[in-house]
Design a protein around this ligand. Structure first.
Ligand code: ADP
Ligand code: MG
Length: 367
């Protein structure tokens, strides 16, 4: 009889041990999940927080366990930024009863918060935070592409409509020009013609940006291509007292590109750099550096200038069609360039500091 009882106790103990082991195992998994997890009981007391969530809130786990929401908000380790964020999450999820809430952290990463409560949680509140930055980036790229596609459709239809009357006006002004000359008003004709040509240029750029032309790629060495573009811009640079330096590091690197389109991109970026430099006045010694780098998969063309640089607002809208900060700008150069590089399977990135300068990096897949 006694041995039977002993056996039952030992068995129960073993079951308990196994259950504890399984519990520890799952708790360990939860603790080290790459999503953040925090659990509150029905009285609003924190009963579980994993490593990632504690990192997000910027507090140690031991100091926060067992705290109520009010105590967490008063926590001495927690910064003001996080406190405000927690209050906001509380408002959105508990008061307004939203199940999902999105926020960004100090490092610019996006997190999707999901709140689970109700019968299935036995009165507990489970909040999980998942890093959705990559997803966000894809979404933003898709949005940018959508905008460009829409621009393409609209532009194709209106550009022709505007171009035809412009051609007619240009013709008639030329016919009128001798009469205006007699009246001593040739200057008027000159200005009208100049403005019509400018309008035509804008339409041409507009049409170019709307054409979803697939690149006609050939394999070329990258340095001679850059040299040709530098040659095209050198006289303008000279006029603006600016030097363009081509560093001949990766001299043998080949890329497979539509030469005309890539030249247009580099030209756009150099012209912008020249504008940014000349905005700083005649006494500023401007310099534009072009350099080619590579890693296993990509070639990188770095174009940097010591021009006026950009503020956050400009940086955020840089590639938007028609975004310009210049009086006579079209705001199309970079949106077209963005599209061309995308069509080549590459991407353009930008670093810029207001007052110091800008660096564009064009990345293209290697042959
Ligand atoms: P646009 O040159 O006609 O204005 P872009 O699309 O080429 O149009 O450029 C958009 C805007 O981006 C410019 O108006 C300018 O404010 C900013 N920008 C582009 N490149 C630079 C640069 N290197 N330095 C400073 N600002 C720049
Ligand atoms: Mg431009």
């Amino acid at each position: 009889m006694l041995s039977e009882i002993q056996e039952t106790i030992v068995k129960s103990f073993q079951v308990l041990q196994t259950t504890q082991l399984v519990k520890d195992k799952y708790e360990n998994i939860l603790e080290h999940l790459d999503s953040g997890i925090i659990l509150f009981d029905r009285n609003g007391m924190l009963t579980f927080i994993n490593v990632q969530m504690a990192r997000l809130l910027g507090v140690s786990r031991s100091s926060i366990r067992g705290c109520s929401l009010t105590q967490i908000i008063r926590h001495s380790q927690m910064g003001r930024f996080n406190k405000r964020k927690i209050l906001r999450i509380y408002k959105e999820t508990i008061i307004y009863k939203k199940r999902y809430h999105e926020l960004s952290d100090e490092n610019g990463r996006y997190w999707l918060l999901t709140v689970t409560y109700g019968d299935q949680m036995d009165g507990d509140y489970l909040i999980s935070a998942k890093d959705v930055s990559d997803h966000k980036q894809i979404e933003q790229t898709a949005y940018q592409n959508d905008k460009l596609a829409m621009l393409g459709k609209i532009s194709a239809s209106i550009a022709h409509e505007i171009r035809n009357p412009l051609t007619a006006i240009r013709g008639f002004i030329q016919l009128l020009r001798p009469h205006l000359l007699q009246l001593g008003k040739d200057e008027y004709a000159r200005i009208i013609l100049m403005e019509i040509d400018r309008a035509n240029d804008i339409i041409c750029e507009f049409l170019n940006s709307s054409k979803p032309s697939a690149p006609q790629t050939i394999t070329v060495p990258v340095l001679p291509l850059l040299k040709e573009v530098v040659l095209l811009t050198e006289s303008e640079a000279l006029l603006k007292g600016c030097e363009i330096v081509l560093h001949e590091g990766q001299s043998a690197l080949n890329i497979s590109v539509d030469v005309k389109q890539i030249k247009q991109v580099i030209l756009n970026i150099i012209k912008n750099a020249l504008d940014a430099i000349s905005d700083l006045g005649h006494y500023h010694i401007g310099i534009i550096n072009l350099e080619v780098k590579e890693d296993l998969d990509n070639a990188y063309i770095h174009i940097s200038d010591n021009g006026k640089g950009m503020d956050h607002n400009t940086l955020a809208r840089l590639f938007d069609p028609f975004f310009t900060t210049k009086l006579s700008g079209t705001g199309l150069g970079l949106s077209v360039s963005y599209r061309i590089i995308k069509n080549h399977g590459g991407f353009i990135s930008v670093n810029s500091t207001a007052g110091e300068g800008t660096e564009f990096i064009i990345s293209l897949p290697k042959v």
